[in-house]
Design a protein around this ligand. Structure first.
Ligand code: SAM
Length: 289
């Protein structure tokens, strides 16, 4: 386990993922009945952008570092929940601190909602546990997120979100993510599932999406932000595949993603995708009567 998110916190991929995560949570808060959030690859919850790891890469500068200036009147209100969480995190922990997904979830969780954060890295898991285990409606689990997922769903709540955000360090992890997603959706058909994926090679992403879209989701939304042309080597984009998305998300992403593509493009190239994927038609198991 070499990946440490502290090197990448606040980069363009985090901005995209976290702004959309906040939109999904805002939607879940729209109904009174409690919801559950499961974050299978949680990291340490918040990051110091002035710390040694972030300083080494300075990736945040081309991400959250470019977000200070407000966007136009259509986009800025959509970013408000994300910006509010960042503001609250900075106020509590210092101006250079950036919230990870657990901090965003915590901020938007209501007292009757619940969340489980899973992290496998022993040191990062210990930090996460120290930061969140005392919160009454949050549980931190130090274990493999894929194994935890099997035991954690379906939860007793009908509504909720599973965020799957692996480091994709090993070959074949995209294929594994697609098959685990399909399995998880079968077991919690009313849950929202958001899988983050790195975009380096477009052909690889096409097979991942094709493998995932065989699932029994009502609906799959493919959201992508490209800050460069994919060359198969460098991280050129960030994707979020959302199964059973809130009905509001496609419209919101359709406004957010082009604005982020323009703002976060590396050179002159910024692009986005906001595509609703059709559910596979059911296979005929019998001939006509
Ligand atoms: N979701 C976090 C956020 O948005 O702030 C970032 C997560 S980071 C991309 C991926 C995390 O997964 C790392 O902290 C890594 O240690 C952890 N990890 C790697 N393999 C794992 C596994 N099998 N189960 C759970 N966590 C794992």
């Amino acid at each position: 386990m070499n990946y440490r998110h502290a090197f990448h916190a606040g980069n363009f991929a985090d901005v995209m993922k976290h702004a959309l995560l906040a939109r999904i949570l805002v939607h879940l808060r729209g109904k009174e009945t409690p919801f559950r959030v499961v974050d299978t690859h949680a990291g340490i919850g918040r990051y110091d952008l002035a710390g040694p790891q972030a300083e080494r890469t300075l990736e945040w500068r081309a991400g959250i570092g470019r977000m200070e200036e407000p966007f136009g009147p259509e986009v800025e209100p959509l970013l408000a929940p994300y910006r509010e969480v960042i503001g609250a995190t900075r106020a509590r922990y210092g101006e250079t601190v950036y919230p990870g997904s657990p901090a965003i979830v915590r901020e938007l969780l209501r007292p009757a909602d619940r969340a489980v954060f899973v992290e496998k890295h022993p040191e990062d898991g210990a930090v996460l546990a120290e930061r969140f285990n005392a919160v009454h409606n949050i549980k931190v689990m130090l274990m493999d997120g894929w194994i935890a997922l099997r035991g954690l769903i379906p939860p007793k709540e009908r509504r909720g979100l599973v965020l799957i955000d692996p480091p994709f360090e090993e070959p074949g992890e995209l294929a594994r993510a697609a098959s685990r997603l399909r399995d998880a959706m079968r077991r919690w058909p009313t849950g929202i599932f958001a899988v983050w994926y790195p975009i380096k090679d477009m052909a690889e992403i096409e097979s991942f999406v094709a493998a995932a879209s065989g699932a029994q989701a009502r609906d799959l939304l493919r959201l992508e932000l490209l800050v460069d042309r994919p060359d198969g080597l460098r991280l050129a984009g960030s994707g979020l595949l959302v199964a059973n998305p809130p009905w509001t998300l496609a419209g919101e992403a359709g406004l957010l993603l082009p604005a982020l593509a323009e703002r976060l493009a590396r050179r002159d190239y910024g692009a986005f995708r906001c595509e609703r994927l059709e559910r596979e038609p059911p296979r005929e198991t019998r001939g006509p009567h």
